[in-house]
Design a protein around this ligand. Structure first.
Ligand SMILES: NC(=O)c1ccc[n+]([C@@H]2O[C@H](COP(=O)([O-])OP(=O)(O)OC[C@H]3O[C@@H](n4cnc5c(N)ncnc54)[C@H](OP(=O)(O)O)[C@@H]3O)[C@@H](O)[C@H]2O)c1
Length: 244
């Protein structure tokens, strides 16, 4: 029984492979990656896989029973790319797709929701067994900004008083490994998030407490925040998605 993981050289994918290694024999795990040279430390079979190259994907999926499809990071391209993956999986005879979607993708107002819903629908229409993991925000999205907040004297964002129930990537990875190794999860749609919430003002207070510095939360409009992120050379689509 072979389990393959896409995006296995990415931050979440690497953790999914590690979580799987604790559950199934290493020889049953296949890392599907764009750049095999980056995957040597994973310690599992590696196959070349690019969401833009359907024929390569069909070949790489030969003999794969279960596929963890980790959503791509090229915003705007992903609906097509994921559709390519689902089609290749169908041709290769993959029996079960576990897809990392977005928290409450069916009702979310985030501009990222559309591509995830289109993908969920394509997977369901394919006739392949599926499980949808609607992942909430990574805690690392915020911890990654702590250095910038300390340097700039404020934690900036456009979340207002929004409540954030984030979880660490490692927790979402564990969830993916638990799900794909037990058929009881087939056909389910899981909303995954942290057990408790915080606002960005709460986070700024905690950063202040931990560092002994006064780091207030500065709330910006969505367009101001987008502009500032772009000024740090974050690509426009990604900046807009983060601010959204
Ligand atoms: N929940 C959240 O807070 C949150 C935040 C950001 C993103 N996300 C979503 O969750 C996914 C995983 O998160 P992450 O932190 O692991 O992101 P990441 O580190 O950027 O990993 C994305 C992975 O997708 C692979 N990929 C991109 N385009 C591809 C293509 N055309 N063909 C094959 N592989 C391709 C990348 O390959 P390379 O290693 O070759 O670059 C990388 O391994 C992201 O891609 C995004 O869809 C969620």
């Amino acid at each position: 029984m072979k389990i393959a993981v896409t995006g296995a050289t990415g931050q979440l994918g690497t953790l999914v492979v590690e979580a799987l290694k604790k559950r199934v024999p290493t020889e049953n795990i296949v890392a599907l990656v764009r750049t095999p040279a980056k995957a040597s430390a994973l310690g599992v079979e590696v196959r070349t896989f690019d969401y833009n190259h359907p024929a390569v994907m069909t070949e790489a999926l030969a003999g794969i029973d279960r596929l963890v499809l980790i959503s791509g990071n090229e915003i705007g391209q992903r609906a097509n790319q994921h559709f390519n993956v689902v089609e290749a999986a169908g041709k290769a005879g993959v029996k079960w797709i576990v897809y990392t979607s977005l928290l409450h993708a069916d009702s979310s107002t985030l501009n990222l929701a559309n591509e995830h819903m289109t993908t969920e629908e394509a997977i369901k229409a394919s006739g392949i067994d599926f499980t949808i993991l609607r992942n909430g925000w990574y805690t690392e999205n915020y911890t990654g900004s702590i250095g910038g907040a300390l340097a700039g004297g404020a934690f900036i964002g456009s979340a207002g008083n929004g409540k954030i129930s984030s979880a660490a990537r490692a927790d979402y990875a564990e969830a993916a490994a638990v799900v794909v190794t037990d058929v009881i999860h087939k056909g389910k749609v899981y909303e995954l998030a942290g057990d408790s919430y915080y606002t960005l003002a709460d986070l700024a207070t905690e950063i202040s407490n931990q560092t002994g510095k006064n780091i207030p939360y500065k709330n910006l409009t969505e367009s101001e925040y987008t502009r500032i992120l772009e000024s740090f050379e974050i690509p426009g689509d990604l900046a807009a998605a983060i601010a959204s």
